[in-house]
Design a binder for this molecule. Sequence first.
Ligand code: ZN
Length: 128
Amino acid sequence: MSRYCTKCGAINDDVAQFCTNCQAPLTPVSGGSGYQPMQAVHPGAITDWKALGADKKITAGICAILVGWLGVHKFILGYTTEGVIQLVLGILTCGLTNILSIVEGVIYLTKSDEEFVRTYIQNKKGWF
Ligand SMILES: [Zn+2]
């Protein structure tokens, strides 16, 4: 989108207040009030992060904090290998790995839905 200066005909940016060529104040583009309500530029761009896996965030986060050494949160996220490793390590260390899991759970819960999906669902980040 661009608009033409009514005085000199120079092309100006749509959001410009004054002509870049002659500094004449630019009038609003369309008629009427000139005010256009905010609209979604790309209607299809609104992503349903919950549908993409963000709905697992709370469950995985809580499982990680409460019973993290079982690796349940890994299985929830589809990380079977990491889940088994965590379970075995948890048994070997008598649940000491729970400290790591609590950290992971807090990380999960503090991420936004978008970050969570990008990090754990799409990038498959197995640890932390
Ligand atoms: Zn001008």
